[in-house]
Design a protein around this ligand. Structure first.
Ligand SMILES: [Zn+2]
Length: 139
């Protein structure tokens, strides 16, 4: 498993892990914890290095910053107007990478949820996570 990532993916993974443990991600973890789900973090052997992985549910969760990952129609994702070419290239590359990671994970049998930074304080976060993990309810 560990060798399925190429060098670039591995670097990307490391950079993500370094910049992580943000309050956004901690919030999602804390909700999952309260719901009683067990999970592991930053699985480097999986495409895109998902922030939260629940092997029992074959589920991977990305907690994305709206700006860096280009949340569609989100005011936090407004692109800088100065040096636009640089930013467009950089941010477009992130989006393409995110999309590839999701597709790769799905093809491996994982289900994938993206939680955006601007959504983590929403009242429905717990319901959304639970609905994603156990659509048929836990029993
Ligand atoms: Zn957003």
């Amino acid at each position: 498993m560990g060798d399925t990532l190429n060098a670039e993916q591995r670097r990307y993974c490391m950079s993500r892990v370094r910049g992580k443990d943000t309050s956004t991600e901690l919030r999602v973890r804390s909700v999952l914890h309260h719901l009683g789900f067990r999970f592991s973090l930053h699985r480097r052997d999986l495409p895109g290095c998902p922030d939260i992985v629940l092997p029992k549910y074959s589920a991977a969760i990305f907690v994305h910053g709206c700006f860096w990952h280009g949340h569609k129609n989100c005011f936090r994702a407004a692109r800088p107007t100065s040096n636009a070419a640089f930013w467009n290239k950089k941010l477009d590359r992130n989006k393409i990478r995110d999309r590839k990671s999701v597709l790769a994970l799905r093809s491996m049998g994982w289900k994938v949820l993206v939680v955006w930074e601007c959504q983590v304080l929403a009242a429905n976060l717990a319901a959304r996570l639970e609905g994603f993990l156990t659509p048929e309810g836990r029993g």
